[in-house]
Design a protein. Structure first.
Length: 345
């Protein structure tokens, strides 16, 4: 019977290296390297199967640090995102994974929770692991990130963001125009006052664009509005409901505007005691959340981003760089669609 040591099994077993695998498979280390890099044309079908069997039996894992030092591709892409705990993140990652699978890449996803320090740590860790490139939803430090990765020789695409200097590779949705035109349409439909439930926009470019689009549309019509601060931690459903009860005036048609997909469900729940006023006296305008906004009564009018498409395009932009096909920086602004449903006039 083959010993545990020969198979590389057991907690104290010696780590199997590429030389061991080559000897057991009866090939050169160069052939093993070709196999690991997917260059199967360099060997016969029988040799490829024999190497695969040997690797499976020994549990061999390629040395990532050696590959980094040898400047070899790992087939791994770092995807950095500001907040993974929402539907938007799931959809954008699905778009990326579809392209990654198509081109034979694996992804490592890092969640920065909007923290620039965490973002920097993620980037340095991924560089140490030798990833081939980065797809990043930045917290705002774009110039520093771009310079760091350029010196490291790693391509990067920013998504859900356009740098202030508009340079580099990036893709985003046109949320400014989407909110400007939708709020203007709501004013045309008869809403007289507006309440914006918005998170802190400092350091978050896309949040600022949404808020600016709303405020510019209202200022252009000289319409009154107030801003209610909202975050992932509060106010709660009960606190919002209390606010609505004592601050909304049904005598004047009022539109609640929520520019954050993660907050829309909370606002909808808080409005349940007052749903008899929707949409004639109180309207609701949100963003994304197609998984539930069409199923409730009344259904919710939302601005819908092409989230899956944005993720797929961002990853394709990176693949083009990796394959040497990106002669000039690729930049794209994607348009949104407003779905007018039961929560607005």
């Amino acid at each position: 019977m083959e010993s545990d040591k020969a198979r590389g099994a057991g907690p104290m077993a010696k780590r199997v290296n590429i030389t061991d695998v080559a000897k057991l498979a009866g090939v050169s280390t160069a052939t093993i390297s070709y196999y690991l890099n997917g260059r199967y044309e360099k060997m016969s079908e029988a040799t490829r199967k024999r190497i695969a069997k040997t690797i499976a039996e020994t549990g061999y894992v390629p040395n990532a640090q050696a590959r980094v030092l040898g400047n070899k591709a790992t087939g791994v892409i770092a995807v950095i995102i500001c907040n993974i705990a929402n539907n938007w993140a799931g959809e954008v990652l699905r778009g990326m994974e579809s392209v990654a699978t198509e081109h034979g890449y694996q992804t490592i996803v890092c969640d920065t929770v909007f923290d620039p320090k965490s973002e920097r740590l993620c980037i340095e860790k991924m560089l140490s692991l030798g990833v081939d490139g980065f797809v990043i939803q930045p917290t705002g430090q774009v110039r520093g990130i771009r310079d760091r990765l350029s010196k490291a020789g790693k391509p990067v695409v920013f998504y859900d963001y356009s740098p202030f200097d508009m340079s580099g590779h990036w893709v985003k949705t046109n949320l400014y125009d989407a909110f400007y035109s939708s709020v203007t349409e709501c004013a045309d439909r008869g809403y007289e006052e507006f309440v914006i439930l918005a998170a802190d926009a400092s350091g978050a470019r896309t949040r600022l664009e949404r808020l600016q689009g709303i405020e510019d549309a209202l200022s252009a019509r000289n319409l009154p509005y107030g801003v209610v601060p909202i975050s992932h931690d509060g106010p709660s459903v009960e606190e919002l409901s209390h606010y609505f009860q004592y601050n909304l005036n049904p005598a004047r048609r009022t539109l609640l505007v929520c520019p954050h997909q993660w907050a829309l469900n909370r606002i909808y729940e808080a409005m349940k005691p007052f749903m008899h006023l929707v949409p004639q006296r109180i309207g609701i305008l949100g963003i994304d959340n197609a998984s539930w906004t069409t199923l409730v009564t009344p259904s919710v009018t939302t601005i819908t981003e092409p989230v899956w498409e944005e993720g797929a395009l961002a990853f394709r932009m990176l693949v083009s760089q990796l394959e040497g096909k990106a002669d000039v920086p690729a930049q794209k602004v994607m348009e949104c669609t407003t779905h007018w449903l039961g929560s607005t006039l």
